[in-house]
Design a protein around this ligand. Structure first.
Ligand code: NAP
Length: 257
């Protein structure tokens, strides 16, 4: 559900916008009036996102955000196409299934850390050169796995905890500039990243879904909160990592059969 045109005249970048949470977020911000630069590594699916977008100020850019040169190029495209940068949503991420600390190899560790936290830092660094001050917003996508310990996900958990802490740290530097930096920690959201696990992994269902009081979430459940954090209503929220997980973290829910 949209809340009118809260982002008319605003320029936004959303990474990882070819599917899942990023697609829903890019469409949501565009639906509420933002000029959006949607970025992803997947060309065909990104074009599909663009075909679903409302309005004409929706642009796409195929880029690997983990490429060290990419963030500056992405930001400069948004600035030249849309006249500035107001909203930066660092959403792109990869799942890490390389196991726990005893199993994760160096390649898995380096790849997941580089993509899931270092690229977020580099996108933010590039964005901060242009973000509207005051009034700019950065929203980063962490994970519930960055806030608690969960088996078999050492690199992913460390990277997502890094995103959470980077968010808090950046809030201290950016708050005085009038730029809000917040993060969302999603629980189980049905996206291309998780679809296979949701439908075929019995252990994951027991550990994550059965004990989520509100069941599996949808990409729009995250997009709506991103939009809120990008809105004027969130003016005084800074440095928060908001769990959007149907109550998984806050409870020890176990249904009575
Ligand atoms: P998704 O469906 O896989 O969408 C992420 C998109 O980002 C994909 O199109 C992906 O392409 C793209 N991407 C990956 N690496 C990239 C790169 N180097 N450069 C540009 N684009 C890249 O994932 P999602 O579930 O929507 O997840 C979005 C974010 O939420 C991620 O940061 C994820 O860790 C986080 N999250 C998701 C959940 C969940 O339950 N879904 C829970 C907690 C946190 P490829 O498909 O080629 O990788």
């Amino acid at each position: 559900m949209s809340s009118g045109r809260r982002f008319a005249g605003k320029s936004a970048i959303v990474t990882g916008a070819a599917g899942g949470i990023g697609r829903a977020t890019a469409l949501r911000l565009a639906g509420e009036g933002a000029s959006v630069l949607a970025v992803d590594i997947k060309k065909a699916e990104l074009s599909e996102t663009a075909s679903m977008a409302y309005g004409s100020n929706f642009r796409t850019m195929v880029a690997d955000v983990a490429d060290r040169a990419a963030p500056e190029r992405i930001v400069s495209k948004a600035v030249s196409a849309h006249g500035g940068l107001d909203l930066l949503v660092n959403n792109a991420g990869i799942s890490g299934r390389g196991g726990g600390a005893a199993q994760a190899g160096d390649e898995e560790w380096d790849g997941v850390i580089d993509m899931n936290v270092s690229s977020v830092f580099r996108m933010s660094r590039a964005g901060l050169k242009h973000l509207t001050s005051p009034g700019g917003k950065i929203v980063q996508i962490s994970s519930v796995f960055g806030l608690i310990g969960f088996p078999d996900s050492a690199a992913y958990a460390a990277a997502k905890a890094g995103v959470a802490q980077l968010t808090r740290q950046m809030a201290a530097d950016c708050g005085p500039l009038g730029i809000n930096v917040n993060a969302i920690a999603p629980g189980v959201i049905e996206t291309p990243m998780t679809a296979e696990r949701i439908h075929n992994d019995a252990w994951y269902n027991e550990a994550m879904i059965k004990n989520t009081p509100m069941g599996v979430g949808q990409p729009d459940d995250i997009a709506g909160v991103v939009a809120f954090l990008c809105s004027a209503d969130a003016r005084y929220i800074n440095g928060q990592v908001i769990a959007v997980d149907g109550g998984w973290l806050a409870t020890r829910y176990w249904p009575r059969d």
